[in-house]
Design a protein around this ligand. Structure first.
Ligand SMILES: *[C@@H]1O[C@H](CO)[C@@H](O)[C@H](O)[C@H]1NC(C)=O
Length: 352
């Protein structure tokens, strides 16, 4: 039984402590994110397949454009992460040594394919944006809060499960806005990211398939999580993405596969919370969100610490749980309703 916990603040905090290297920045030697036709052909060879070669639909909704922008932002971040991971393993950076030559070769072959495949995901989203007359999303500079191979794989599994949840939201938003022609390609990427997730899980000694129905997420939670890896102010046109970010929420203890209290910490906002009270709200699997009261533990300057029940047993809360703080107990009908209300989050919990 293993668990892995991250929160957006932990990303920032750990990043600040452990990063001595310069932030990761583009372009790559292969021309990405703006490769020539020949360079794109090379990326396709590395990806074991091609960009879709038919045209996107003739038109798209406004919300559909936001979907493509978020996908591009996310895929650019993933290319950065996996490129740096390959570099660390290739250069025998301490913490990234893999002693078995056979395993090292397989890990590098896999991650090199992942880099090229994520590059094509990003090029596909940015290509569609250009096709629809919108600005392609430009890359940022990034810092990653990891310094060993195991931490890197744990982080990859965490953000990939957030992506797997968020692409559910993206598909539903395309469907609701008359963008059915874009859903099939997204479904193909969901499967692709799921194959990756199975391998990241296996590397951690977990069974490859996480849950019967993967946890859902929403665009705003993903947008906030991606932003936590970004060097502030380094994204040239992130302002063209009309999504919101939440205030950071930190999980202070380690969730276990049992019903227990979780300890959260956050910074008192400048403007007091409407109603003055907060609840912990959990999104897990395809279930109705769960809301639990918070019990205040301490207020130290602006730092608030409070506890809430994590009802693991009652709801069999394995896999990804997205925790946030909401200014009401709901009830929240679905993840969208939580994202509408939430003020702090996401804290990302991964059990088993
Ligand atoms: C690569 O190694 C450096 C130095 O330890 C570290 O700061 C960075 O986060 C690592 N990146 C990844 C993706 O593992």
């Amino acid at each position: 039984m293993r668990s892995f916990v991250l929160s957006t603040l932990a990303f920032l905090g750990l990043g600040a402590v452990s990063v001595t290297a310069a932030p990761f920045s583009f372009p790559l030697p292969d021309g990405f994110p703006t490769p020539s036709a020949d360079q794109t052909k090379q990326i396709e060879i590395g990806a074991f397949g091609t960009l879709p070669n038919g045209p996107p639909p003739g038109s798209i909704s406004g919300d559909g454009l936001t979907n493509l922008k978020l996908i591009a932002l996310n895929e650019l971040f993933e290319v950065a992460f996996f490129t740096e991971l390959v570099q660390n393993i290739t250069n025998h950076v301490p913490g990234y040594e893999i002693s078995s030559r056979q395993q090292r070769n397989f890990v590098l072959a896999t991650l090199n394919a992942v880099v090229a495949q994520e590059q094509l995901h990003a090029l596909n989203a940015n290509g569609a944006l250009a096709h629809f007359g919108a600005q392609p999303i430009q890359p940022c500079q990034y810092n990653f809060p990891v310094s060993t191979f195991d931490e890197a794989i744990g982080l990859a599994a965490t953000f990939t499960s957030v992506v797997l949840g968020t692409l559910q939201d993206v598909t539903q938003i395309f469907a609701q806005n008359g963008d059915a022609g874009l859903t099939r390609g997204i479904a193909s990427v969901i499967g692709q990211e799921g194959e990756q997730e199975g391998w990241y899980r296996l590397l951690q000694g977990k069974i490859p398939s996480e849950l019967p129905f993967l946890t859902t997420s929403t665009r705003d939670f993903a947008f906030t999580a991606i932003n936590s890896f970004v060097v502030p102010g380094s994204c040239p046109n992130v302002g063209t993405i009309p999504l919101k970010t939440f205030q950071p929420l930190t999980l202070l203890n380690t969730p276990k596969p049992k019903t227990m209290n979780l300890k959260f910490s956050w910074q008192k906002p400048a403007v007091p919370v409407p109603g003055g009270q907060l609840w912990a709200t959990y999104i897990n699997q395809q279930n109705v969100p769960i809301t639990e009261p918070l019990t205040m533990e301490s207020v130290n300057g602006n730092t608030v610490v409070a506890e809430a029940l994590f009802p693991y047993v009652e709801f069999e809360m394995n896999g990804l749980t997205i925790a946030s703080l909401t200014p009401s107990p709901g009830p929240f009908a679905n993840a969208d309703a939580v994202a509408q209300a939430a003020l702090f989050g996401p804290a990302l919990i991964l059990i088993n």
